[in-house]
Design a protein. Structure first.
Length: 48
């Protein structure tokens, strides 16, 4: 049930909006993390 929850029959737009915002923030965080890792790798290998 955790990985495949049943679809809720109610169409709750507030929950849907919060879920969309959460996913957007999560994508931004992942991109920023990857940019930080890339910056550190460039810093260590090319700027030393």
């Amino acid at each position: 049930m955790y990985f495949f929850p049943k679809k809720n029959q109610e169409n709750n737009s507030k929950k849907s909006f919060n879920l969309k915002v959460m996913h957007a923030i999560n994508k931004i965080a992942i991109v920023l993390f990857l940019l930080g890792v890339l910056y550190k790798l460039i810093d260590w290998f090319f700027l030393n």
